[in-house]
Design a protein around this ligand. Structure first.
Ligand SMILES: Nc1ncnc2c1ncn2[C@@H]1O[C@H](COP(=O)(O)OP(=O)(O)OP(=O)(O)O)[C@@H](O)[C@H]1O
Ligand SMILES: [Mg+2]
Length: 287
């Protein structure tokens, strides 16, 4: 189907000449993105803007390509076509050793869908991984101090630093992953399903922590989630992935006004209405 007219993405134009975005320029700008694995086309001419300082929720059915989209932005997946700029810097077809590319990588933090903690490293050592990678000359003592600070920032306790991932609960592992994502004082945070697998209370606490960090640190968040409560509680706008594209971007109320079957089913189904503060209709199950 056609792209719904909700997005305010500018028409495709040549990449800006400057290499740092002006204040009102999108932090992430994606145009005409195509991703495929063999004959399996995941994204076809996908466009998306992420604005400075917003929490953008990214939703879509399982397998619609949310994680692949995130991996394309951060350079772990090479798209077949299109353009991606982050902080005004083009991301595709770059030499991995290019200092300007590395400078951009230092400005973001990533929490992967599976947590991706190194099981043989303690929480503190995990948080220190990006510091070792991007600041090899940093002293061990400073690294440890920064890690200890980030661990506290995410709501873990100092005693959790020497623990191994296997010794943590699922919620604690998410927080440890978040601490690692914050290691480099990022301006931009990518979170892939941060509350998946957490109980509702743990998920709400994680959302609150995320929002507080975002507000205090002035972060921009690219937040992939299935969690309707998260979308309602903390997202400024929501991008919907369907039909191999971002079919709409807007507030939940703006999305609810659209006549797309997946959007209606997702946000206006029984779970969606409960998250929106409405009651399920009589006879409707929350299966
Ligand atoms: N490395 C790969 N090789 C081949 N196919 C892949 C690869 N990575 C992802 N895919 C396919 O791309 C599609 C999108 O995957 P992706 O992980 O982005 O989905 P998702 O929207 O994140 O789903 P979920 O909500 O379940 O996490 C799936 O069909 C998946 O099988
Ligand atoms: Mg995924």
């Amino acid at each position: 189907m056609d792209r719904l007219e909700l997005t305010d993405a500018a028409p495709a134009s040549p990449p800006a000449a400057q290499h740092d975005a002006p204040d009102d320029a999108p932090i992430i700008r994606i145009r005409g993105l195509v991703n495929r694995f063999g004959d399996n086309i995941i994204h076809d001419q996908l466009d998306l803007d992420v604005r400075r300082g917003e929490i953008l929720g990214v939703v879509g059915g399982s397998g619609t390509g949310k994680s692949v989209l995130m991996r394309s932005i951060i350079g772990l997946q090479q798209p077949a076509a299109g353009s991606i700029t982050v902080f005004g810097e083009p991301m595709l077809d770059r030499d991995p050793a290019d200092p300007e590319l590395i400078a951009v990588q230092k400005r973001w933090g990533i929490l992967f869908q599976n947590g991706a903690l190194f099981s043989t490293l303690t929480v503190s050592e995990n948080v220190q991984v990006p510091l070792r990678e991007y600041y090899p000359a940093m002293s061990a003592r400073l690294r440890e101090e920064i890690a200890a600070y980030k661990i506290l920032m995410t709501g873990l306790n100092a005693v959790d630093g020497p623990k191994y991932p296997a010794e943590l609960s699922g919620g604690m592992r998410k927080r440890a992953g978040l601490a690692r994502a914050l290691a480099l004082d990022p301006e931009l945070l990518f979170l892939d399903e941060p509350t998946a697998g957490l109980d509702p209370i743990g998920a709400a606490a994680f959302d609150e922590q995320t929002l507080e960090l975002q507000r205090t640190l002035g972060l921009t968040l690219f937040l992939i989630t299935h969690d309707l409560d998260t979308l309602h509680a903390i997202c400024d706008r929501v991008a919907v992935l369907a039909d191999k594209k971002v079919i709409a971007v807007g507030t939940i109320d703006e999305l609810l006004a659209l006549d797309h079957p997946w959007i209606q089913e997702y946000f206006n189904g029984p779970r969606g209405r409960v998250a929106h503060g409405a009651r399920p209709l009589a006879g409707e199950a929350l299966a």
